[in-house]
Design a protein around this ligand. Structure first.
Ligand code: UDX
Length: 439
């Protein structure tokens, strides 16, 4: 089996997953991060993000001597066994001014490593970057003997390792056919369909996929609203359309709005990309606006459940929130709809008590200020006027809802994920409000 010497720059969830998975495929990988503490912990096999299977893969790579961690990009290029043949850039590209991805980290690293790249090596952009970044990276590197390839990741938080090892597809874009084929060959053991294309098309694929998913969810959330008005049931409607293979069942669950580190950032960046070509991407803009409105719609729902009226006041109402992360299976609260809804509830004067299995109280996190975080779901129910399910943690389904009913002031639950079984809740004495259901 062939084995390549690979450097991965950035040990966030994309970089670390990429490094550990490439090592498990038999390559020799050196992964760099500027956070020395993190590098030290990784060398000791400690993974500080919640990502199933990742700690085991890191341990396996370290033990086999195929994976190592260093504190600088240039050290990663040197790596054991000689100079890296392929260098993956897995750096943060946060939302910058106007919504376009901020490429500061990618640019800084490109400049830092330019002189140390060995002749014939390939630099791979794995971060989600604006169309044209591969071309820009080439200019920044200023090296005719180095190829640049765009190879977007499609990893979901919480299932990143599975997504890496069982991909739906691999996308590789480059002006150099040879470099594209060499990068595609790194994944050959995975047997996934591979799209070889030019850099701009590869860069666009990532945005196109995430924007499609965001539009699908905004469509479902709009359908849920329509169901409420028509006395129809969103569960039946999505089951009915999901069996159409052209639609599919996935990404059809209504919720409090989509969030996380990718969809909000990528949809806004795509709008900017479209704007920069004078193209008015109305469909996408409407999906974003629908998502922003979804949060307020959830607050209205809570208001009606608690006060009986759309105009009722939530001032000094005690609300118990279940779930703060943007989805279940992760400890990430970036752009979490739960926190956006919590902020709106606080503005309306509500007092918030919250429980999330992956979030602990932390006085230095401003987004958690003014929320009393408890470490047990039953504590979040104590004397509240209503409970609100915000994240679809399966643990919440199996709580002792009869016991919960005894703790609250009023047994009212607003389930923004349609997670709970309404029959179970009703037997336990609860008034259950889901989304997209008959009144
Ligand atoms: C996403 C993309 O799926 C992934 O391909 C990309 O590389 C990174 O962005 P991620 O942000 O980890 O992954 O989460 P994902 O599982 O896609 O969920 C995104 C948001 O949509 C979450 O807020 C989630 O709760 C919401 N969602 C998802 C729904 O509301 N309903 C669904 O049916 C699915």
């Amino acid at each position: 089996m062939f084995e390549r010497r690979i450097a991965v720059i950035g040990a966030g969830y994309v970089g670390l997953t990429t490094a550990a998975c490439l090592a498990s495929l038999g390559h020799r990988v050196t992964c760099a991060d500027i956070d020395r503490g993190k590098v030290q912990r990784l060398q000791d096999g400690e993974v500080d993000i919640v990502e199933p299977d990742l700690p085991a893969l890191v341990a396996e790579g370290l033990a086999a001597g195929r994976l190592s961690f260093v504190a600088s990009a240039t050290a990663a290029l040197a790596g054991p066994g000689g100079g890296a043949e392929v260098v993956f850039l897995c750096l943060p590209t946060p939302m910058g001014v106007g919504g376009l991805a901020d490429l500061g980290a990618v640019e800084a690293v490109a400049e830092e490593i330019a002189a140390d790249l060995k002749a014939g090596c390939i630099v791979v952009d794995k971060s989600t970057v604006p169309v044209g970044t591969a071309a820009r990276t080439r200019v920044l590197l200023g090296r005719d003997d180095v190829s640049v390839v765009s190879n977007p990741e499609f990893l979901r938080e919480g299932t990143a390792v599975q997504d890496f090892l069982h991909p739906d597809r691999i996308v590789v874009g480059s002006d150099s056919q040879d470099a594209a084929e060499r990068v595609a060959a790194l994944y050959s053991r995975l047997g996934a369909p591979t799209v070889l294309t030019d850099p701009a098309s590869a860069e666009l694929v990532k945005y196109a996929a995430n924007c499609f998913l965001a539009m699908k969810l905004s469509y479902v959330n709009s359908l849920a609203e329509l169901c409420e008005r028509l006395n129809a049931d969103i569960g039946a409607v999505t089951a009915g359309i999901g069996y159409d293979r052209r639609v599919g069942h996935s990404f059809l669950s209504p919720g409090p709005g989509w969030g996380g580190s990718c969809l909000p950032k990528d949809t806004r960046a795509m709008l900017q990309i479209a704007d920069s070509t004078d193209f008015e991407f109305r469909l996408l803009r409407a999906a974003i606006e629908t998502n922003d409105r979804q949060r307020q719609r959830m607050v209205d729902k809570i208001r009606i459940a608690v006060t009986g009226s759309r105009a009722g006041s939530l001032s000094r109402t005690r609300l118990g929130l279940l779930g703060l992360t943007f989805k279940a299976g992760t400890d990430d609260t970036r752009d979490s709809p739960s926190l956006a809804i919590a902020a709106l509830l606080r503005q309306a004067g509500a007092v918030l008590i919250a429980y999330d299995p992956a979030v602990a109280a932390d006085p230095v996190r401003p987004e958690l200020a003014d929320i009393m975080i408890v470490d047990e779901p039953y504590l979040a129910a104590k004397d509240v006027d209503a409970l609100v399910i915000l994240t679809e943690w399966p643990d919440f389904r199996v709580l002792d809802w009869a016991r919960m009913a005894k703790l609250v002031r009023r047994p009212v639950v607003v389930d923004t994920r349609n997670l709970l079984d309404p029959d179970v809740l009703s037997r336990a004495g609860w008034a259950w409000y889901g989304i997209g259901h008959r009144k």
